[in-house]
Design a protein around this ligand. Structure first.
Ligand code: PLP
Length: 393
Protein backbone atom coordinates (compact mmCIF):
# COMPACT_ATOMS: atom_id res chain seq x y z
CA UNK A 1 0.00 0.00 0.00
CA UNK A 2 2.52 2.61 1.09
CA UNK A 3 6.20 1.86 0.63
CA UNK A 4 6.97 4.40 3.35
CA UNK A 5 5.02 2.68 6.08
CA UNK A 6 7.08 1.30 8.91
CA UNK A 7 6.81 -2.30 10.08
CA UNK A 8 4.01 -1.96 12.64
CA UNK A 9 1.78 0.01 10.29
CA UNK A 10 2.25 -2.55 7.54
CA UNK A 11 1.51 -5.39 9.95
CA UNK A 12 -1.89 -3.91 10.77
CA UNK A 13 -3.03 -2.46 7.44
CA UNK A 14 -1.12 -3.91 4.50
CA UNK A 15 -3.05 -5.95 1.96
CA UNK A 16 -6.51 -5.33 3.39
CA UNK A 17 -9.40 -5.85 0.94
CA UNK A 18 -12.80 -4.75 2.13
CA UNK A 19 -16.05 -6.14 0.79
CA UNK A 20 -19.08 -3.96 0.03
CA UNK A 21 -19.98 -4.19 3.74
CA UNK A 22 -16.94 -2.24 4.89
CA UNK A 23 -16.02 -4.68 7.66
CA UNK A 24 -13.22 -3.60 10.04
CA UNK A 25 -11.66 -7.03 10.56
CA UNK A 26 -10.53 -8.91 7.46
CA UNK A 27 -13.31 -11.16 6.15
CA UNK A 28 -12.85 -14.92 5.92
CA UNK A 29 -13.82 -15.81 2.36
CA UNK A 30 -14.58 -19.43 3.08
CA UNK A 31 -15.30 -20.34 -0.52
CA UNK A 32 -13.43 -22.65 -2.85
CA UNK A 33 -14.91 -21.20 -6.03
CA UNK A 34 -15.91 -17.87 -7.60
CA UNK A 35 -18.75 -17.10 -10.04
CA UNK A 36 -18.54 -15.28 -13.36
CA UNK A 37 -21.07 -12.85 -14.85
CA UNK A 38 -20.96 -14.55 -18.24
CA UNK A 39 -19.31 -17.32 -20.21
CA UNK A 40 -17.11 -14.65 -21.80
CA UNK A 41 -16.07 -13.39 -18.36
CA UNK A 42 -15.09 -16.93 -17.32
CA UNK A 43 -13.04 -17.34 -20.48
CA UNK A 44 -11.34 -13.98 -19.92
CA UNK A 45 -10.49 -14.77 -16.31
CA UNK A 46 -8.95 -18.14 -17.19
CA UNK A 47 -6.93 -16.36 -19.87
CA UNK A 48 -5.64 -13.74 -17.44
CA UNK A 49 -6.98 -13.13 -13.94
CA UNK A 50 -6.68 -9.55 -12.68
CA UNK A 51 -5.39 -8.66 -9.24
CA UNK A 52 -8.78 -8.92 -7.54
CA UNK A 53 -10.08 -11.78 -9.66
CA UNK A 54 -10.02 -15.33 -8.39
CA UNK A 55 -10.77 -18.68 -10.02
CA UNK A 56 -10.39 -21.42 -7.43
CA UNK A 57 -9.06 -21.42 -3.85
CA UNK A 58 -6.23 -23.80 -4.70
CA UNK A 59 -4.90 -21.01 -6.97
CA UNK A 60 -5.75 -18.10 -4.69
CA UNK A 61 -8.40 -16.67 -2.37
CA UNK A 62 -9.07 -13.10 -1.18
CA UNK A 63 -8.31 -13.81 2.52
CA UNK A 64 -5.16 -15.72 1.58
CA UNK A 65 -4.17 -12.91 -0.78
CA UNK A 66 -4.47 -10.36 2.03
CA UNK A 67 -2.07 -12.43 4.10
CA UNK A 68 0.36 -12.88 1.19
CA UNK A 69 0.46 -9.14 0.54
CA UNK A 70 0.92 -8.31 4.20
CA UNK A 71 3.86 -10.65 4.72
CA UNK A 72 5.44 -9.74 1.37
CA UNK A 73 5.33 -6.08 2.43
CA UNK A 74 6.89 -6.91 5.79
CA UNK A 75 9.71 -8.87 4.16
CA UNK A 76 10.19 -6.31 1.37
CA UNK A 77 9.44 -9.00 -1.25
CA UNK A 78 7.67 -8.28 -4.54
CA UNK A 79 5.28 -11.19 -4.09
CA UNK A 80 4.50 -14.33 -2.13
CA UNK A 81 2.45 -17.55 -2.16
CA UNK A 82 0.95 -18.94 1.04
CA UNK A 83 0.92 -22.67 1.69
CA UNK A 84 -0.78 -25.21 3.95
CA UNK A 85 2.31 -25.63 6.14
CA UNK A 86 5.93 -24.60 6.38
CA UNK A 87 6.95 -27.86 4.77
CA UNK A 88 4.65 -27.29 1.78
CA UNK A 89 6.49 -23.97 1.40
CA UNK A 90 9.99 -25.52 1.60
CA UNK A 91 8.99 -28.32 -0.77
CA UNK A 92 7.31 -25.90 -3.20
CA UNK A 93 10.21 -23.45 -3.20
CA UNK A 94 12.73 -26.21 -4.01
CA UNK A 95 10.74 -28.56 -6.26
CA UNK A 96 9.51 -25.69 -8.43
CA UNK A 97 13.09 -24.61 -9.15
CA UNK A 98 14.84 -27.93 -9.63
CA UNK A 99 14.98 -30.74 -12.17
CA UNK A 100 16.91 -34.01 -12.48
CA UNK A 101 20.63 -33.42 -12.88
CA UNK A 102 20.70 -30.15 -10.93
CA UNK A 103 23.15 -29.62 -8.07
CA UNK A 104 22.20 -28.16 -4.68
CA UNK A 105 24.46 -27.14 -1.81
CA UNK A 106 22.85 -27.11 1.62
CA UNK A 107 23.86 -26.42 5.19
CA UNK A 108 23.89 -29.64 7.19
CA UNK A 109 22.11 -28.35 10.30
CA UNK A 110 18.48 -28.42 9.18
CA UNK A 111 14.98 -28.88 10.53
CA UNK A 112 14.31 -32.65 10.27
CA UNK A 113 11.69 -32.45 7.51
CA UNK A 114 13.85 -30.07 5.43
CA UNK A 115 16.63 -32.66 5.63
CA UNK A 116 14.16 -35.33 4.46
CA UNK A 117 13.19 -33.28 1.38
CA UNK A 118 16.82 -32.76 0.39
CA UNK A 119 18.25 -36.12 1.34
CA UNK A 120 15.38 -38.41 0.39
CA UNK A 121 12.97 -36.77 -2.02
CA UNK A 122 15.18 -34.55 -4.19
CA UNK A 123 17.91 -37.19 -4.52
CA UNK A 124 15.26 -39.73 -5.53
CA UNK A 125 14.40 -37.42 -8.44
CA UNK A 126 18.01 -37.13 -9.55
CA UNK A 127 19.04 -33.90 -7.83
CA UNK A 128 22.57 -34.03 -6.44
CA UNK A 129 23.05 -32.57 -2.95
CA UNK A 130 26.26 -31.53 -1.21
CA UNK A 131 25.96 -30.86 2.53
CA UNK A 132 28.36 -28.44 4.22
CA UNK A 133 28.99 -27.05 7.69
CA UNK A 134 26.97 -23.84 7.30
CA UNK A 135 29.31 -21.69 9.36
CA UNK A 136 32.40 -22.69 7.33
CA UNK A 137 32.63 -20.25 4.40
CA UNK A 138 35.55 -22.21 2.91
CA UNK A 139 33.31 -25.28 2.72
CA UNK A 140 30.63 -23.28 0.86
CA UNK A 141 33.30 -21.94 -1.53
CA UNK A 142 34.55 -25.48 -2.24
CA UNK A 143 31.06 -26.93 -2.68
CA UNK A 144 29.35 -24.35 -4.92
CA UNK A 145 30.06 -25.16 -8.58
CA UNK A 146 29.34 -23.63 -11.96
CA UNK A 147 26.36 -25.98 -12.30
CA UNK A 148 24.98 -25.38 -8.78
CA UNK A 149 21.41 -24.27 -9.16
CA UNK A 150 20.32 -23.65 -5.56
CA UNK A 151 21.92 -23.01 -2.20
CA UNK A 152 19.71 -23.82 0.81
CA UNK A 153 20.14 -22.87 4.45
CA UNK A 154 18.41 -22.03 7.71
CA UNK A 155 19.76 -18.63 8.71
CA UNK A 156 19.63 -19.60 12.38
CA UNK A 157 19.81 -23.34 12.85
CA UNK A 158 17.72 -25.69 14.95
CA UNK A 159 18.45 -26.58 17.75
CA UNK A 160 22.03 -25.38 18.25
CA UNK A 161 21.35 -21.83 17.01
CA UNK A 162 24.31 -21.63 14.65
CA UNK A 163 24.27 -18.38 12.73
CA UNK A 164 25.15 -18.62 9.06
CA UNK A 165 26.68 -15.59 7.38
CA UNK A 166 23.91 -15.32 4.82
CA UNK A 167 25.51 -12.30 3.17
CA UNK A 168 28.80 -14.10 2.53
CA UNK A 169 27.09 -17.32 1.41
CA UNK A 170 24.88 -15.34 -1.01
CA UNK A 171 27.98 -13.72 -2.53
CA UNK A 172 29.57 -17.14 -3.04
CA UNK A 173 26.37 -18.53 -4.57
CA UNK A 174 25.68 -15.55 -6.83
CA UNK A 175 29.23 -15.58 -8.17
CA UNK A 176 28.38 -19.00 -9.65
CA UNK A 177 24.85 -18.06 -10.69
CA UNK A 178 23.11 -20.12 -7.99
CA UNK A 179 19.91 -18.94 -6.28
CA UNK A 180 19.79 -18.68 -2.48
CA UNK A 181 16.77 -20.13 -0.67
CA UNK A 182 16.57 -19.35 3.05
CA UNK A 183 14.35 -20.92 5.69
CA UNK A 184 14.15 -17.94 8.03
CA UNK A 185 11.84 -19.27 10.76
CA UNK A 186 14.17 -19.02 13.75
CA UNK A 187 15.54 -15.60 12.78
CA UNK A 188 11.99 -14.21 12.26
CA UNK A 189 11.08 -11.49 9.73
CA UNK A 190 11.41 -8.94 12.54
CA UNK A 191 15.13 -9.46 13.23
CA UNK A 192 16.42 -10.67 9.87
CA UNK A 193 16.31 -8.82 6.54
CA UNK A 194 17.12 -11.93 4.51
CA UNK A 195 16.37 -10.37 1.11
CA UNK A 196 18.60 -7.36 1.82
CA UNK A 197 21.38 -9.78 2.80
CA UNK A 198 21.17 -11.51 -0.57
CA UNK A 199 18.53 -14.24 -0.31
CA UNK A 200 16.57 -14.76 -3.53
CA UNK A 201 13.75 -16.74 -1.94
CA UNK A 202 12.67 -16.63 1.71
CA UNK A 203 10.50 -19.32 3.29
CA UNK A 204 8.58 -19.22 6.57
CA UNK A 205 6.61 -21.75 8.54
CA UNK A 206 3.88 -19.33 9.66
CA UNK A 207 2.90 -21.98 12.21
CA UNK A 208 5.57 -20.48 14.45
CA UNK A 209 5.94 -16.77 15.32
CA UNK A 210 3.47 -15.53 12.69
CA UNK A 211 0.47 -17.35 14.11
CA UNK A 212 2.26 -17.06 17.43
CA UNK A 213 -0.45 -18.66 19.50
CA UNK A 214 -0.08 -22.28 18.47
CA UNK A 215 -3.34 -22.62 16.50
CA UNK A 216 -2.84 -23.20 12.77
CA UNK A 217 -0.34 -24.66 10.35
CA UNK A 218 0.81 -22.43 7.52
CA UNK A 219 3.73 -21.43 5.34
CA UNK A 220 4.74 -18.85 2.79
CA UNK A 221 7.33 -18.49 0.01
CA UNK A 222 8.51 -14.97 -0.84
CA UNK A 223 10.55 -13.69 -3.77
CA UNK A 224 10.46 -11.68 -6.97
CA UNK A 225 7.15 -11.42 -8.87
CA UNK A 226 8.78 -13.25 -11.78
CA UNK A 227 9.78 -16.21 -9.56
CA UNK A 228 6.51 -16.36 -7.62
CA UNK A 229 4.21 -16.14 -10.65
CA UNK A 230 6.24 -17.97 -13.31
CA UNK A 231 8.06 -20.68 -11.33
CA UNK A 232 6.41 -21.19 -7.94
CA UNK A 233 2.71 -20.58 -8.59
CA UNK A 234 2.34 -23.16 -11.41
CA UNK A 235 3.92 -25.81 -9.17
CA UNK A 236 1.89 -24.98 -6.06
CA UNK A 237 -1.45 -24.38 -7.72
CA UNK A 238 -1.35 -27.73 -9.51
CA UNK A 239 0.04 -29.77 -6.60
CA UNK A 240 -2.43 -28.50 -4.01
CA UNK A 241 -0.46 -27.09 -1.10
CA UNK A 242 -2.72 -24.02 -0.70
CA UNK A 243 -3.32 -22.31 2.65
CA UNK A 244 -6.91 -22.45 3.87
CA UNK A 245 -8.75 -19.09 4.08
CA UNK A 246 -9.47 -19.69 7.76
CA UNK A 247 -5.77 -20.23 8.51
CA UNK A 248 -4.89 -17.15 6.46
CA UNK A 249 -7.28 -15.13 8.64
CA UNK A 250 -5.59 -16.47 11.79
CA UNK A 251 -2.21 -15.51 10.30
CA UNK A 252 -3.49 -12.00 9.45
CA UNK A 253 -4.53 -11.55 13.08
CA UNK A 254 -1.16 -12.91 14.20
CA UNK A 255 0.66 -10.43 11.97
CA UNK A 256 -0.99 -7.49 13.74
CA UNK A 257 0.90 -8.29 16.95
CA UNK A 258 3.99 -9.98 15.45
CA UNK A 259 6.40 -7.12 16.07
CA UNK A 260 5.22 -6.58 19.66
CA UNK A 261 5.34 -10.29 20.46
CA UNK A 262 8.74 -11.00 18.92
CA UNK A 263 10.23 -7.97 20.70
CA UNK A 264 8.79 -9.00 24.08
CA UNK A 265 9.85 -12.64 23.67
CA UNK A 266 13.34 -11.59 22.56
CA UNK A 267 13.70 -9.27 25.54
CA UNK A 268 12.81 -12.21 27.80
CA UNK A 269 15.17 -14.60 26.00
CA UNK A 270 18.06 -12.11 26.22
CA UNK A 271 17.49 -11.53 29.93
CA UNK A 272 17.21 -15.25 30.71
CA UNK A 273 20.23 -16.29 28.61
CA UNK A 274 22.37 -13.57 30.21
CA UNK A 275 21.24 -14.53 33.71
CA UNK A 276 21.90 -18.25 33.19
CA UNK A 277 25.35 -17.87 31.67
CA UNK A 278 28.00 -19.16 34.04
CA UNK A 279 25.54 -21.34 36.00
CA UNK A 280 27.61 -24.35 37.08
CA UNK A 281 24.74 -26.74 36.34
CA UNK A 282 24.93 -25.85 32.66
CA UNK A 283 27.67 -27.07 30.34
CA UNK A 284 26.63 -24.34 27.86
CA UNK A 285 24.14 -21.55 27.33
CA UNK A 286 23.55 -20.96 23.61
CA UNK A 287 22.04 -17.64 22.55
CA UNK A 288 23.15 -15.83 19.35
CA UNK A 289 23.87 -12.43 20.89
CA UNK A 290 25.82 -13.71 23.93
CA UNK A 291 29.55 -12.92 23.79
CA UNK A 292 30.24 -16.64 24.31
CA UNK A 293 28.37 -17.66 21.12
CA UNK A 294 30.87 -18.86 18.48
CA UNK A 295 29.12 -16.86 15.72
CA UNK A 296 28.36 -13.76 17.80
CA UNK A 297 30.04 -11.33 15.37
CA UNK A 298 28.00 -12.66 12.45
CA UNK A 299 24.86 -12.78 14.61
CA UNK A 300 25.20 -9.12 15.60
CA UNK A 301 25.81 -8.11 11.99
CA UNK A 302 22.92 -9.96 10.37
CA UNK A 303 20.31 -10.11 13.16
CA UNK A 304 19.28 -6.96 14.96
CA UNK A 305 18.57 -8.91 18.17
CA UNK A 306 19.26 -12.47 19.36
CA UNK A 307 15.75 -13.83 18.80
CA UNK A 308 13.25 -15.80 20.84
CA UNK A 309 15.07 -19.15 21.11
CA UNK A 310 17.77 -20.32 23.46
CA UNK A 311 19.37 -23.70 24.07
CA UNK A 312 20.90 -25.06 27.26
CA UNK A 313 23.27 -27.98 27.59
CA UNK A 314 22.50 -29.46 30.98
CA UNK A 315 25.45 -31.02 32.76
CA UNK A 316 24.70 -34.69 33.41
CA UNK A 317 23.39 -35.76 30.00
CA UNK A 318 19.98 -37.14 29.08
CA UNK A 319 18.93 -38.20 32.59
CA UNK A 320 19.62 -34.69 33.88
CA UNK A 321 17.85 -33.11 30.89
CA UNK A 322 14.76 -35.29 31.46
CA UNK A 323 14.71 -34.37 35.18
CA UNK A 324 14.93 -30.70 34.13
CA UNK A 325 12.02 -30.99 31.67
CA UNK A 326 9.86 -32.88 34.16
CA UNK A 327 10.48 -30.31 36.90
CA UNK A 328 9.44 -27.25 34.87
CA UNK A 329 6.10 -25.79 35.99
CA UNK A 330 5.47 -22.93 33.53
CA UNK A 331 7.51 -23.97 30.50
CA UNK A 332 5.63 -26.82 28.81
CA UNK A 333 7.11 -29.80 26.98
CA UNK A 334 6.18 -29.62 23.31
CA UNK A 335 7.86 -29.16 19.95
CA UNK A 336 6.31 -25.99 18.58
CA UNK A 337 8.14 -22.67 18.86
CA UNK A 338 7.41 -18.98 18.58
CA UNK A 339 4.30 -19.50 20.71
CA UNK A 340 2.94 -17.20 23.44
CA UNK A 341 3.53 -20.13 25.78
CA UNK A 342 7.14 -21.00 26.56
CA UNK A 343 8.02 -24.44 25.24
CA UNK A 344 10.88 -26.82 25.94
CA UNK A 345 12.10 -29.64 23.68
CA UNK A 346 14.71 -32.37 24.13
CA UNK A 347 15.90 -32.61 20.49
CA UNK A 348 18.01 -35.79 20.81
CA UNK A 349 14.99 -37.93 21.76
CA UNK A 350 12.23 -36.12 19.81
CA UNK A 351 12.73 -33.80 16.80
CA UNK A 352 16.16 -35.29 15.98
CA UNK A 353 15.54 -38.86 17.20
CA UNK A 354 15.87 -40.19 13.63
CA UNK A 355 19.54 -39.14 13.37
CA UNK A 356 22.40 -41.52 14.18
CA UNK A 357 24.62 -40.79 17.18
CA UNK A 358 27.36 -39.66 14.79
CA UNK A 359 25.02 -37.26 13.01
CA UNK A 360 23.80 -35.87 16.33
CA UNK A 361 27.37 -35.37 17.48
CA UNK A 362 28.31 -33.62 14.21
CA UNK A 363 25.40 -31.22 14.74
CA UNK A 364 26.18 -30.59 18.41
CA UNK A 365 22.97 -32.27 19.58
CA UNK A 366 24.28 -33.58 22.87
CA UNK A 367 22.24 -35.76 25.27
CA UNK A 368 21.95 -32.83 27.70
CA UNK A 369 20.80 -30.27 25.12
CA UNK A 370 17.38 -28.68 25.59
CA UNK A 371 15.83 -26.05 23.32
CA UNK A 372 13.58 -23.40 24.83
CA UNK A 373 11.23 -21.13 22.93
CA UNK A 374 10.64 -18.13 25.18
CA UNK A 375 7.01 -17.06 25.24
CA UNK A 376 5.09 -14.06 26.47
CA UNK A 377 5.02 -14.90 30.18
CA UNK A 378 6.86 -12.61 32.61
CA UNK A 379 10.57 -13.29 32.07
CA UNK A 380 11.28 -13.19 35.83
CA UNK A 381 8.76 -16.00 36.33
CA UNK A 382 10.35 -18.01 33.52
CA UNK A 383 13.84 -17.54 34.92
CA UNK A 384 12.64 -18.64 38.37
CA UNK A 385 10.96 -21.68 36.81
CA UNK A 386 14.14 -22.65 34.93
CA UNK A 387 16.25 -22.17 38.08
CA UNK A 388 13.98 -24.28 40.29
CA UNK A 389 14.03 -27.02 37.62
CA UNK A 390 17.85 -26.88 37.57
CA UNK A 391 17.76 -27.23 41.38
CA UNK A 392 15.63 -30.35 40.94
CA UNK A 393 18.19 -31.89 38.55
C1 PLP B 1 8.54 -25.72 11.85
C2 PLP B 1 9.58 -25.52 10.84
C3 PLP B 1 9.39 -25.95 9.53
C4 PLP B 1 8.14 -26.66 9.09
O1 PLP B 1 6.98 -25.94 9.28
P1 PLP B 1 5.52 -26.64 9.44
O2 PLP B 1 4.61 -25.46 9.46
O3 PLP B 1 5.56 -27.42 10.69
O4 PLP B 1 5.32 -27.49 8.25
C5 PLP B 1 10.41 -25.73 8.62
N1 PLP B 1 11.56 -25.13 8.97
C6 PLP B 1 11.77 -24.71 10.24
C7 PLP B 1 13.07 -24.06 10.57
C8 PLP B 1 10.80 -24.88 11.21
O5 PLP B 1 11.02 -24.46 12.46
Amino acid sequence: MSENWKTRTKLVHEGIRRSQYGEVSEAIFLTQGFVYDSAEAAEARFLKAGEDEFIYARYGNPTVRMFEERIAALEGAEDGFATASGMAAVNGALMSMLRAGDHVVSARALFGSCLYILEEILQRFGVEITFVDGTDLGAWRDAVREDTKVVFLESLSNPTLEVIDLQAVAEIAHAKGAKVVVDNVFATPIWSRALDLGADVVVYSTTKHIDGQGRCLGGVVLGTREYVRKTLEPYLKHTGGAMSPFNAWVMLKGMETLDLRVRAMTEGATMIATALEGDARLARVIYPHLDSHPDVAVARRIMEKGGTMLSLDIAGGQAAAFRFLNALKIVTISNNLGDAKSIVTHPATTTHQRLSDDQKQALGITPGLVRISIGLEDAEDLLADIRQALDAV
